[in-house]
Design a protein around this ligand. Structure first.
Ligand code: G6P
Length: 478
């Protein structure tokens, strides 16, 4: 979707992320909307996808780069030592950056050792990556694991255009400044040419951080200046391919998992939640809201409305995640014990990951999609749920005001996820919503999705990173 002559002239694309979807031995590329879109961009320009292998090496000397090529794309990954993984990934990325960017100062773990490991691993990646670069490559770095990477690349002489996209929220300065090495992190951003956030409020928060740090200046056109460099800061809301997801959902009516689910429901209405098992997702609050909905609505108990919560475990080595896993499991047991019956389990709770096809079909089957994170950069489940609906009989999305997706999906039932009774009332409203209102709301949301598909997002980001925006006079980025 991104190939044209001007793009070819600016050279290859180099994508960098902590996780790399290296194709398996049979060459099958990984599924997932973002991975598919980035691979399409890489295929049309040729390029490299660089990052961590996800594995540990015995010691530093074993960290040889591993590469695999699939047509014009080379996947290049490196192992990290156990210590690197502990400090960089489990430590600084997931116990400092993640909670603080999600406004959870109470869960942040401040450790100088982890911070040093984070910068050390980024420098290691920069040394590896710089050897693979050509002068006209454009480089697109993804997410909070890699914020300092461009700075190290610049130190090593890379003069390429480099963009960064932050997939998670960026908090206001009073919260962001709780980050260990806050000033150094903030300075790291000035090595980029473009810094992208999910939403306008996130981009505004970041600009406020720069202004308050006294090191930066912010122009009215979104161009910031700090530490002797100019860079564009803007919102680029990520999305999905709504029409291909809709098709997948329609075809998935025949999927075996979806069929089993449909049969087991025996006509009862289903409410669905799908999240990684993460404290930012508000799963405990959501379960309580569903329980309150049942307690407040005897008819829903009679109709045996059932909630399916699919929640693959995530980052289990991190203590805060181990704790939320125990707490959610306990809550599910408690609520099913309290509300269930000999022939009805109100909450079906599953830790297994599911294929995208099965999820698409389950979304379509669900009368209500519950997407109620306490904080979320975007949340693509919200968008996928909408795209998966039957246009003639769509379900209703209940969406947290604290998900980035709420900036676009204004026709969802927007809730404060901390307000259990209000969320319960929104579930009741969604279950009872007349067909006409459901169709109106769904159409609004689907047209918002069609106006900003993942290909559109990829193109806008790449145009900005390659510096084509001013040349084309495109004003929407400013
Ligand atoms: C979020 C982050 C991604 C990350 C994913 C899975 O979506 O924004 O960067 O890859 O979670 O987390 P994990 O720690 O397993 O990579």
């Amino acid at each position: 979707p991104v190939a044209n002559s001007s793009e070819r002239s600016i050279g290859r694309l180099v994508v960098v992320s902590n996780r790399v979807p290296v194709p398996n031995a049979s060459g099958a590329p990984a599924a997932g909307g973002l991975a598919v879109a980035l691979q399409a961009a890489l295929r049309s320009r040729g390029g490299v996808w660089f990052g961590w292998s996800g594995k540990s090496a015995q010691d530093a000397a074993d960290r040889q780069p591993q590469t695999r090529s699939l047509g014009p794309i080379t996947f290049a990954v490196s192992d990290l030592t156990r210590r690197d993984i502990e400090e960089y990934y489990h430590g600084f990325a997931n116990r400092a950056l993640w909670p603080i960017c999600h406004y959870r100062l109470d869960l942040a773990n401040i450790s100088e050792r982890d911070a040093a490991g984070y910068f050390r691993v980024n420098e290691f990646f920069a040394r590896r990556l710089v050897k693979l670069l050509r002068p006209d490559d454009i480089i697109w770095i993804h997410d909070y694991h890699m914020i300092p990477l461009a700075g190290f690349l610049r130190e090593l002489g890379a003069a390429n255009r480099i963009g960064y996209f932050h997939h998670i929220p960026w908090p206001s300065p009073d919260t962001a400044s709780a980050l260990p090495c806050y000033d150094r992190i903030l300075e790291s951003f000035s090595a980029y040419d473009v810094v992208g956030f999910q939403t306008v409020p996130d981009a505004d928060n970041f600009r406020d951080c720069l202004i308050q740090s006294a090191a930066g200046r912010v122009g009215a056109d979104g161009v910031c200046e700090a530490h002797g460099r100019k860079f564009l800061v803007d919102a680029f809301p990520i999305s999905i391919d709504p029409d291909s997801f809709a098709l997948e959902a329609r075809l998935a009516e025949r999927n075996a998992v979806v069929k089993r689910m449909r049969v087991s429901l025996e006509g009862r209405a289903m409410v669905i939640g799908v999240d990684r098992l993460d404290y930012s997702k508000g799963i405990k609050h959501r379960l309580e809201a569903f329980a309150a909905f049942l307690e407040n609505n005897p008819d829903a108990v009679k109709a045996r409305v059932t909630m399916l919560q699919i929640t693959p475990k995530s980052r289990s080595e991190v203590p805060e995640y181990a704790r939320i896993q125990r707490e959610v499991a306990e809550e599910v047991g408690h609520l099913n014990g309290k509300l269930g019956d000999i022939d009805w389990t109100p909450l079906r709770y599953i830790n297994k990951p599911m294929s995208q096809a099965a999820l698409a079909g389950l979304y379509r089957l669900a009368r209500v999609g519950l997407v109620t994170p306490l904080r979320d950069g975007m949340n693509l489940v919200a968008k996928e749920y909408v795209a998966a609906q039957d246009p003639n009989d769509p379900g209703v999305l209940v969406l947290s005001q604290y998900a980035g997706a709420a900036q676009e999906l204004k026709s969802a039932l927007i809730v404060n996820p901390y307000d259990i009774e209000a969320t319960a009332a929104a579930i009741a409203r969604a279950v009872a919503m007349p067909l006409e209102e459901r169709i109106d709301r769904w159409r609004d949301m689907m047209s918002a999705l069609r106006g900003n598909s993942i290909d559109h997002w990829t193109n806008k980001c790449l145009q900005a990173i390659s510096g084509e925006v001013e040349a084309e006079g495109e004003s929407s980025l400013h």
